[in-house]
Ligand binder design. Structure first.
Ligand code: ADP
Length: 438
């Protein structure tokens, strides 16, 4: 029976009792007395039932009292709702405990902070890595307890798209990787990982490449110096030795280029994220200088420049020059004589400056694109060697882009040509609208 049906039944019972009381009243000659007696009895019953319900509400853990009629039904319903809520709460608590346990067992430090930056929760690894104690530090401002300048800058910056690695001050220096995820109304989950070992291995790798390249430079200079001297007096060279000596000279030159690029790459890598002295670089002047230099190396090729901005970027002139030069030289190397190489740059309304180098050459098949910026990755060995490439050009471009907060994107179609673009985030000068073709 539905709950409202019970109400009708209750009213029916009451009316029946009233009718009975009236009948008995008429029989004994006192209708009002019989009626009052019956109504008073019902009132006492209702008040007693109400008291039982209210005392159960005071002790909800206890079983509900037995009740009949509408009261029994009400108690049953309330008990069912209460049991359902209790089960839901315990399931929720179980899930929360489970999640907390898994976070607690994380090797990474996990910290939850609210919109004011106050600690809501942290795990044991956060204590090991950052010295945060839970629950003692609950409600405290995280930045007043963790006082690493780079960590504070990252947290206050609000741009959490990329994780950040920072070194702790003091000795022994440790490196932490911090990742922040925002949720709710300004709440944040912070994951901290100790990456000291990884940073050390990476440092050793960089130092090794740098040192080996440096050590190779002197013997190579001596070898190619002697070869050049010998080949300068080719009249004295026996005929059967001429070709081998020329090939030795070519290979020595290739090795010198390789060592030069490796040294340059390790220098750029070492400077990544540590550059303090930034300069304002005018890409227009840089392109003019580059075009002049390439005129000597590739006199038959025209480089078209389309400039729609006089905007400047913050960075290192030599690094930017080497990156853009690699892109332009590649465009020349991998496109046939007579086809255009177009270098264009301009800023959009958001101030994003894009420099792109476009050729109508061989193009690159799609499957090679994701690996193109890896060191020594070549689409086709023979075509690269013929052009004298070291296989490090695009790796240099990638690192220069990263250290200038720029994004390198590549569009290419096999047989049609390629376009390599560098998108720089900041522009420091007003944009013009002239078209400069050289
Ligand atoms: P490399 O010294 O061999 O040119 P890079 O790192 O500069 O090395 O380039 C990697 C590979 O990408 C090259 O070997 C070449 O196959 C391909 N590549 C680079 N630029 C272009 C381009 N503009 N057109 C076609 N292929 C290109």
């Amino acid at each position: 029976m539905r709950a409202v049906g019970r109400w009708y039944k209750e009213v029916q019972t009451l009316l029946l009792l009233v009718a009975l009381a009236v009948a008995v009243g008429l029989w004994i000659g006192s209708v009002w007395a019989a009626l009052s007696l019956v109504l008073a009895w019902r009132l006492v019953v209702y008040l007693w039932q109400l008291r039982r319900v209210l005392s159960w509400i005071d002790q909800p853990e206890a079983e509900p009292p037995e009740g009949s009629g509408v009261w029994g039904m009400m108690l049953d319903q309330m008990y069912a709702i209460q049991r359902h809520n209790r089960d839901a709460r315990s399931r929720l608590q179980h899930t929360v405990d489970y999640l907390r346990d898994s976070f607690r067992s994380l090797r990474d430090g996990a910290i939850l902070i609210d919109q004011n930056g106050n600690i809501q929760w942290s795990n044991q690894s956060a204590e090991r890595l950052l010295g945060l104690r839970y629950p003692q530090d609950k409600g405290q401002a995280l930045l007043s307890l963790v006082r690493y300048p780079e960590f504070s800058t990252y947290l206050l910056d609000g741009d959490y798209q990329q994780p950040r690695v920072f070194a702790t001050p003091g000795y022994p220096q440790r490196h932490f990787q911090v990742e922040v995820s925002s949720f709710g109304v300004g709440d944040r989950l912070i994951l901290v990982r100790d990456v000291t070992r990884m940073v050390q291995i990476e440092q050793t790798r960089q130092d090794f490449i740098g040192n080996v390249s440096h050590e190779l430079r002197t013997p190579l200079t001596v070898i190619s110096g002697y070869l050049d001297t010998i080949l300068d007096n080719d009249a004295n060279i026996p005929l059967n030795l001429r070709k081998p000596l020329q090939q030795m000279s070519q290979q020595a030159e290739r090795m010198e280029n390789l060592v030069r690029d490796l040294l340059w790459l390790s220098k750029i890598e070492a400077a990544e994220g540590k550059r303090i002295d930034q300069e304002t670089v005018c890409l227009g002047s840089l392109l003019t200088e580059l075009a002049e230099e390439l005129k000597t190396a590739y006199p038959t090729r025209d480089i078209e420049r389309l400039t729609t901005s006089d905007a400047k970027v913050q960075g290192d002139y030599r690094e930017l020059y080497s990156a853009i030069s690699n892109l332009v030289v590649n465009a020349i190397k991998y496109s046939p004589e007579g086809t255009p190489v177009v270098v264009s740059y301009g800023a959009d309304e958001q101030g994003v400056l894009t420099l792109s180098v476009k050729d109508a050459g061989l193009g690159i098949a799609e499957e090679h694109l994701p690996r193109l910026t890896e060191r020594f990755y070549r689409v086709d060995e023979s075509r690269s060697f013929a052009g004298g490439g070291t296989g490090l050009g695009l790796a240099i471009v990638k690192h220069v882009a990263a250290s200038h907060n720029a994004v390198l994107s590549i569009h290419s179609e096999l047989g049609k040509g390629s376009e390599f673009s560098l998108k720089f985030p900041e522009v420091s000068a007003a944009t013009g609208a002239e078209a400069n073709v050289a």
